[in-house]
Design a protein around this ligand. Sequence first.
Ligand code: SER
Length: 320
Amino acid sequence: MRKILVIGSAGQIGSELTLKLRDLYGNNNVIAGVITSNPPKKLSETGPWEKVDVLDRQELVAAVRKFKVDMIINMAAILSATGEENHMLAWDVNMNGLINVLEVAREFKMKQVVVPSSIAVFGPSAPVNNTPQETVLKPSTMYGITKVAGELLGDYYVEKYGLDVRGLRYPGIISHVTLPGGGATDYAVAIYYEAVKNGRYTCFVNENTRLPMMYMPDCLKSTIDLMQADFSRLRRHCDYNVGAMSFSAGELAASIKKYIPEFEITYEPDSRQEIADSWPDSVDDSAAREDWGWKPGYDLDAMTRDMLEAVREKHQVGLI
Ligand code: SER
């Protein structure tokens, strides 16, 4: 049985991934690594947790020893918009954090490491539609630069040290359990919360901004499918494109209007527009489909129905 440490366990993806993995592998086999000494109850009450700052290698080693960890999933990251405001922090967390994880995994001969990447590896010079798996990677954000370097670093540990490192390029992730923070795709989550609470939303990218997006159940599925894939079938390691849907902000609003006809949206693009404009509209994920059977389950309207129901429930019980 695996002993998995999820670093960044309290974050948007980490919080749901930790609970899903506890269902699959047993509560005691999945350790929630959180940066605070006061983790969310849903993590601390369902299994072990430990304070792990990805930048503190001693703390990481202590957690690995304490729980006999043999697999790490590193979800700790500074996202694109925060990364543009604080480029040194993004570099520090995304690069020094990653090398700490890889080095500890190498020293302890871990069975596997999962290090997510992002559509942010692409920049303005990459093809915009159905962006190929192999294409020019010249991102214009610090976040994207750290993700390109992270993919290369992960691949290096596979080749040089025989470590099983895997990763996939997440699109914008939409979810209703834990809010995202500091990303250029955060509008696609905030819009649902504001639609339910106030019936209106001011969007920070313009109506025609189109990006690859994915609903959380598909994000969890893609991560776990890749984790469980037979290593010998993987022709790549840390850079799989994964697609699910692609829509513009206007199309997202139209989907919400089908269920909340009085919903109103206005557009006031800010600095995040430029980040969004530098990313693809959609990605070609045929390598993921061929190598490990990737197949998404949700389209835009199915996600909207689910999101609205979940966010309404939170609103009714006073959680938002
Ligand atoms: N959702 C991320 C961001 O907006 C992209 O990986 O930064």
